[in-house]
Design a protein around this ligand. Structure first.
Ligand SMILES: Cc1cc2nc3c(=O)[nH]c(=O)nc-3n(C[C@H](O)[C@H](O)[C@H](O)COP(=O)(O)OP(=O)(O)OC[C@H]3O[C@@H](n4cnc5c(N)ncnc54)[C@H](O)[C@@H]3O)c2cc1C
Length: 680
C-alpha cells in the first residue's frame, strides 16, 4: 500500500478500499440472507420454519412468504420438489386442481420448452428450477443439504431446531414450524404421537426405487424423460438400517428388472436420488380422518383443502390388511374408483404441540386414508393451506389454534385452493352413478341416511347395479343402508343367473349377513377364476368368497381351504387361506385341528413357498414373502402346537431385515401371556 504500486490500472490504495468495501458488503449481506434474521453464520431465526421442500413443503414456504411471513425452508437434498422431482415420480396421478400449483405448473411448462424434452406431467428439472426461482423471488431463505436433527421443545412449544450441514449443527429458531418432511420427522422429533404401518405386522406401504430413463414414444419423435415404477417391497423409513437395506436391495432389483427385459425401447439414465417411500409416520392431530369419514364424504366446517384420489393400496399381501379393505379390493373391486374428500384444519394441527402444522403425507389420517390422501397435487394444496394458516397466525399475532378460520378460508378461496361451495357442504358426494336409475344424482351419505324417503328410494334402485361395472359402488351403498329390509337381495341368492347370485352374496357378506354362505361356498368350491377389472389390482372371485367367509367367521369352508393348502396356490393367495383358518380356529373340533396342523407342517417343509411374490408394477422376479406367510403359520401354531413356535420365532428374531424382525417382535408381543414364554 505504502509503495503506491499500480495493479490493473488501480492504485493499491484504491484497491484496498474496494476490497474493504466488498468485505463490508459481504458481511452485511451474510447477516441478512433473504428476509430472515441471522445472529451468526450458524444461528438463524424466522417467523415460519418449514422442514422438507417436497410438493407440500415448497408450497407451504411460498404461501407463508407471499402472505408476508419471514420464512426459512430446510431441505436435506440439493433441490426442491421431493418425490416429484428427486424421487423420479414426475407425474400427477389423481389429485385435486387449484391454488398456487396452477401458476407453478404453467411456469414449469415454459421452462420445459427451454429444456427440450418432455417430462410426463412435468419435467423434473424444470420444476426444480421453477420452485427454486419462486422461493428466491418470495424471499424464502433456503438451507439446502441440511438435515433436521433435533427439536427443542418447552411446554409444548417448539423453540428451535438443530439442523446439520457437513460443517456441523445450525440452530434455527422460529415462531411457527411446518413439518413437510413426508415422514413426519419434525413432529416425531418434537415428541408428537404417531402411528406407522399396518396393524397386523407393522409393515409399510410398498416402496419403489425409481429408475429414470429417456424414451421416444415413436421413432424420431420428441425425447421424453420418463421413469419406471415397480414395487420393491417394504421399508421402515424411521430405521436407518432398514432404509439403507432398502436402497441396496432396490438398486439390485433395478438391475434384475432391466436384465429381464432386454427389448425395452428406452435408455436408463440414472436412479432417483430419493427412495420412493409411500408411507412414513401418521402424526396424530386434533382430528384423525378415518376411513369411514373418507368413504362417506364427511365435510368439515374448518375445511382447508380437498383431496381427490382412490384407495390406492399397492399391497398384494392383502390378507394382512383390515378385512374391510380386503373386501373393498376383492369382492367390490373398488381399486380405481375415485373419491373426493375434505381435509379439515384440525387434521394438520399436531396434537399437544402449540406451534406445529403437519403439512405432508404424514398428516393426521388413519392408515387406510393415507393410501389415498398423498398424491402430489393434494400435497401441494395442503402445503399452500398450511403456509397460509401459519402466516395468518403470525399476522394476527395469535396461536395456531386461535386463527380466524373464516379468514383463512377466504384467503384459500381467493387463491383457488378451495371453492366457496366447499364451505356450505353437508357432505361430499361419493361413489355416485353416471348411468342407471340413480344416474347423475349427487348422492351424499349423510343426506341419504338422514332422509327416510330418499333412503328407501336409493336402496330400491341399488340391486339394479349388480352385475354392472358400478356393482362395487352399489355394494358400498347397500352396506351403508344395511338397516333397510334386504329380502330382495336374499331372493337373488337363488337366482339361476350365477354371476347375479354371486354379486348378491358379496353384497350380503359385506353387510355381515350369513345368508350369503351357500353361494360363497359355491364360488369357492368351483375356484371361480374370474378376475374383475382393473387387472393391476384384482383377485379371483374364489379369493373374494374366502375373504367373505372369513369375515362372517363361517367354518363351512374348512375342507375346501385344506384342499387348497394341499393343492398349493399362488404365494399371493396363501395368506388368505391361512388367515381364514385363524378366523375359525375357535370353533374347530379336535380332529380338524390335528389335520390342520399336519397340513401346516407340510407347508413348512416346502422351501419354495413364499419366494415368488410379485408386487405391483410389472416385475418378473419374485420377492421373498416367506416371513409374512410364516407370521400366519405362527398364529396357527400358537394355538395348535406352541412348542413348534419357538424355532420359527427365534429364526425371524435374528433375520437380517430390520422390518422383518420388527414384524416378528410385534407378533410376539401381541401374543397372550401363556404363549409368550415360547420365545424363551
Ligand atoms: C414410488 C412413488 C410413486 C408415486 N406415484 C405418484 C404419482 O404418479 N402421482 C402422484 O401425484 N403421486 C405419486 N406418489 C405420491 C407422491 O409423490 C407423494 O405422496 C408426495 O410426493 C408426498 O409429498 P410430501 O411433500 O408429503 O413428501 P415428499 O415428496 O416425500 O417430500 C419430503 C421432502 O422433505 C425432505 N426431508 C425429509 N426429511 C427431512 C429432514 N429430516 N430434514 C430435511 N429435509 C427432509 C425430503 O428430502 C423431501 O424433499 C408416488 C409416491 C411414490 C413414493
Amino acid at each position: 500500500l505504502a509503495n503506491h504500486e499500480t495493479l490493473n490500472g488501480f492504485s493499491t490504495l484504491r484497491f484496498a478500499v474496494e476490497i474493504a468495501a466488498l468485505r463490508l458488503r459481504c458481511m452485511i449481506s451474510s447477516f441478512s440472507p433473504g428476509r430472515t434474521t441471522q445472529f451468526s453464520r450458524r444461528c438463524l431465526e424466522a417467523d415460519v420454519v418449514v422442514v422438507g421442500l417436497g410438493p407440500a413443503g415448497s408450497l407451504a414456504a411460498l404461501a407463508a412468504a407471499r402472505h408476508g411471513a419471514r420464512v426459512i425452508g430446510i431441505e436435506r437434498d440439493s433441490a426442491a420438489g421431493g418425490t416429484g422431482t428427486r424421487g423420479g415420480v414426475h407425474s400427477y396421478y389423481y389429485g385435486a386442481h387449484g391454488g398456487m400449483q396452477e401458476e407453478i405448473d404453467s411456469r414449469v411448462k415454459e421452462a420445459e420448452a427451454v429444456l427440450g424434452a418432455r417430462g410426463g406431467s412435468f419435467h423434473p428439472e424444470a420444476k426444480r428450477a421453477v420452485l427454486t426461482e419462486m422461493l428466491s423471488e418470495c424471499g424464502v431463505t433456503v438451507l439446502f443439504c441440511c438435515v433436521l436433527c433435533e427439536a427443542e421443545v418447552a411446554d409444548g412449544t417448539i423453540v428451535s431446531l438443530t439442523v446439520c450441514d457437513p460443517e456441523g449443527p445450525i440452530q434455527v429458531r422460529g415462531r411457527i414450524f411446518i413439518d413437510s418432511s413426508g415422514d413426519g420427522d419434525l413432529a416425531a422429533a418434537a415428541g408428537a404421537q404417531s402411528s406407522f404401518g399396518r396393524r397386523f405386522d407393522g409393515a409399510s406401504h410398498s416402496y419403489s426405487f425409481v429408475p429414470r430413463n429417456i424414451l421416444q414414444r415413436s421413432p424420431g419423435g420428441r425425447w421424453e424423460v420418463s421413469f419406471d415404477n415397480y414395487d420393491a417391497g417394504w421399508v421402515d423409513p424411521r430405521d436407518p438400517w432398514d432404509f439403507s437395506r432398502a436402497v441396496i436391495e432396490g438398486r439390485q432389483q433395478m438391475c434384475d428388472y432391466f436384465s429381464e427385459a432386454p427389448k425395452r425401447t428406452l435408455e436408463v439414465i440414472g436412479t432417483s436420488s430419493m427412495l420412493g417411500v409411500r408411507e412414513g409416520r401418521h402424526i396424530v392431530g386434533d382430528h384423525v380422518i378415518g376411513f369411514e369419514d373418507f368413504l362417506r364424504g364427511r365435510s368439515y366446517p374448518d375445511v382447508i383443502c380437498t383431496a381427490s384420489s382412490h384407495y390406492d393400496n399397492h399391497t398384494r399381501d392383502l390378507a394382512n390388511e383390515p378385512l374391510f379393505c380386503q373386501m373393498w379390493l376383492s369382492a367390490l373391486a373398488m381399486y380405481r374408483k375415485g373419491v373426493d374428500c375434505q381435509i379439515p384444519y384440525r387434521s394438520i394441527l399436531a396434537k399437544g404441540i402449540h406451534n406445529l402444522l403437519v403439512a405432508c403425507r404424514a398428516l393426521s389420517v388413519d392408515r387406510e386414508v393415507s393410501m389415498a390422501v398423498r398424491m402430489q397435487r393434494d400435497m401441494q394444496k395442503l402445503g399452500e393451506a398450511a403456509g397460509t394458516a401459519a402466516a395468518l397466525a403470525i399476522n394476527q399475532r395469535v396461536p395456531l389454534r386461535e386463527i380466524e378460520i373464516p379468514r383463512l378460508q377466504a384467503l384459500l378461496i381467493e387463491s383457488g385452493v378451495i371453492e366457496p361451495g366447499d364451505l356450505a357442504r353437508t357432505g361430499v358426494p361419493t361413489y355416485n352413478f353416471a348411468k342407471g336409475p340413480l344416474g347423475g344424482e349427487r348422492l351424499v351419505s349423510a343426506t341419504v341416511l338422514a332422509d327416510p324417503e330418499l333412503r328407501r328410494r336409493v336402496r330400491k334402485c341399488l340391486p339394479d347395479y349388480l352385475g354392472t361395472p358400478d356393482e362395487g359402488k352399489a355394494i358400498f351403498w347397500l352396506r351403508l343402508l344395511k338397516d333397510e329390509p334386504r329380502s330382495d337381495l336374499q331372493a337373488l341368492l337363488s337366482s339361476p343367473d350365477y354371476p347375479l347370485r354371486r354379486s348378491a352374496a358379496f353384497a350380503l357378506a359385506f353387510m355381515g349377513d350369513v345368508s350369503a354362505e351357500a353361494v360363497l361356498m359355491e364360488c369357492l368350491t368351483k375356484r371361480d377364476p374370474e378376475c374383475p377389472p382393473p387387472d393391476i389390482k384384482t383377485y379371483p372371485r374364489w379369493v373374494a368368497a374366502l375373504i367373505g367367509l372369513r369375515a362372517l367367521a363361517l367354518p363351512s369352508a374348512f375342507e375346501e381351504a385344506l384342499q387348497i393348502l394341499r393343492e398349493g396356490t399362488d404365494d399371493r393367495y396363501l395368506s388368505f387361506v391361512l388367515s381364514y383358518f385363524c378366523g375359525i380356529l375357535d370353533v374347530l373340533e379336535g380332529e380338524q385341528k390335528s389335520r390342520l396342523l399336519k397340513a401346516i407342517k407340510n407347508l413348512q417343509n416346502e422351501a419354495r413357498i413364499g419366494r415368488e411374490y410379485l408386487g405391483q408394477g410389472g416385475r418378473r422376479k419374485g420377492l421373498d414373502i416367506r416371513w409374512n406367510i410364516d407370521l400366519w403359520v405362527a398364529r396357527l401354531l400358537q394355538v395348535l402346537s406352541p412348542e413348534d413356535l419357538n424355532e420359527l420365532a427365534l429364526r425371524y428374531a435374528a433375520d437380517s431385515r430390520p422390518f422383518v424382525r420388527a414384524a416378528w417382535k410385534r407378533f410376539v408381543f401381541q401374543m397372550g401371556e401363556p404363549a409368550r414364554p415360547c420365545l424363551a
